[in-house]
Design a protein around this ligand. Structure first.
Ligand code: IMP
Ligand code: MG
Length: 369
């Protein structure tokens, strides 16, 4: 991953792949020009690298020239194309091939066609390394296309973001979501997970996603996913992971400006952990850590019995039920501890002490991520 100015970019197309594509374009064009000596016209600034690498692979006589146009501001194409340097030689009767780094809206290409309208060239063909079909709004024919790419901003290999990135030999794509801290919070019953989640979400501006709350919200509000989940529950069946993931996805999308998320109550299985990784990946993000509050069983039992005296929760009143819940927690989370340990993302935190002390311990882990 790289950062240019305020934005993060991820590796997208390797220099090896670019090299292969450039070779293919050069071979194709060399074959098509036959005996003609073509004039390659690069559109500055972006295409300097394309032109340089292309002509080295073009094993026939050719001429090279440039025109200089400008249309981009930041990460958006503008309609207003400035002609900074026009054609400086007579191209009457010549076979002209435009070499572009990228064709996006096609506005620049429109200007190129205006420039050549009265030049009386023999033929004008367009070659571009990258092409964004979803962004293209013109109907000028594109004769040679290197790679079709999605409508997302890229940098590298001549392409810049506000001046930076042109020198990168490979191409990077902008990250949809910028940097986030995403945590999976674990802890046996009575460990103080809820209390700590509340502190952490304030302190780090994170959104706390408790799967239980998300379920209750969707069912109460009769959302499509809530109704779907309920249909399984009514039959006494487990809600399929995909339904839960879809609900979590909706929560993540609702909070797209968050600094990150605290997942609580999910994942519970390896398959769910995999799905969560894929969900985060689809947001160009990732789970940064699984943090587990560690509290000795005897202390948990004491805490819960104490809570049971006032909470009225039946499952907090009976010591054998409490012990079962704790045992079940360890049985179920052991697999996840392994899952996240394998990714170097497991952090056990001592959950015994004052609330403040524990918050400090958790913060240390998060600050070091
Ligand atoms: P168009 O006029 O919208 O087709 O855009 C053409 C010009 O915009 C290119 O020559 C680039 O200079 C710039 N451009 C378009 N897409 C990108 C991109 O993803 N990254 C960097 N520059 C881009
Ligand atoms: Mg350009």
């Amino acid at each position: 991953m790289i950062k240019l100015h305020d934005k993060h970019f991820k590796p997208f197309i390797s220099s090896k792949e670019i090299d292969n594509v450039m070779q293919r374009l050069a071979d194709e064009i060399a074959e098509d020009v036959g005996e003609e000596i073509p004039v390659f016209v690069g559109i500055l600034n972006g295409s300097f690298m394309v032109v340089s690498d292309f002509v080295k692979k073009f094993k026939k006589p050719c001429e090279v020239t440039f025109i200089k146009l400008a249309s981009y501001e930041g990460v958006k194409s503008t309609e207003d194309i400035q002609r900074l340097i026009g054609l400086t030689q007579d191209l009457t009767g010549r076979t002209v091939i435009i070499l572009e780094d990228i064709i996006d809206t096609g506005n620049t290409l429109g200007e190129v066609h205006r420039i050549f309208k009265n030049e009386n060239v023999k033929s004008l063909k367009i070659a571009t390394l990258f092409y964004k079909p979803e962004a293209y709004k013109k109907d000028f024919k594109l004769h040679y296309i290197g790679i079709e790419i999605p409508n997302k901003f890229i940098v590298g290999y001549g392409l810049d973001y506000d001046g930076l990135g042109r020198n990168l030999p490979e191409v990077y794509q902008i990250k949809e979501t910028q940097h986030m801290t995403n945590l999976v919070l674990f802890g046996p019953p009575g460990a103080g997970k809820g209390t700590q989640a509340n502190f952490l979400k304030e302190k780090y501006n994170l959104v706390h996603i408790s799967t239980g709350d998300v379920f209750r919200f969707n069912i109460k509000n009769e959302t499509a996913l809530g109704m779907l989940a309920k249909s399984f529950m009514d039959k006494g069946e487990l809600v399929p992971d995909q339904v839960t993931i879809d609900m979590l996805n909706a929560e993540v999308e609702k909070n797209s400006d968050a600094n990150g998320f605290i997942f609580d109550g999910f994942p519970r299985t390896n398959a769910q952990a995999d799905s969560l990784d894929r969900l985060m990946d689809s947001k160009d993000s990732q789970i940064n850590a699984m943090i587990a509050l560690e509290v000795d069983d005897e202390i948990l039992v004491k805490r819960l019995l104490e809570r049971g005296k006032t909470s009225g929760r039946k499952d907090d009143a009976d010591e054998s039920i409490i012990r079962n819940r704790i045992t079940e927690y360890y049985n179920k989370t052991a697999i996840l501890k392994d899952y996240y340990t394998a990714q170097d993302k497991y952090f056990g935190v001592d959950g015994v002490g004052s609330i403040e002390d524990i918050t400090v311990r958790l913060s240390k882990v998060i600050d070091n991520l």
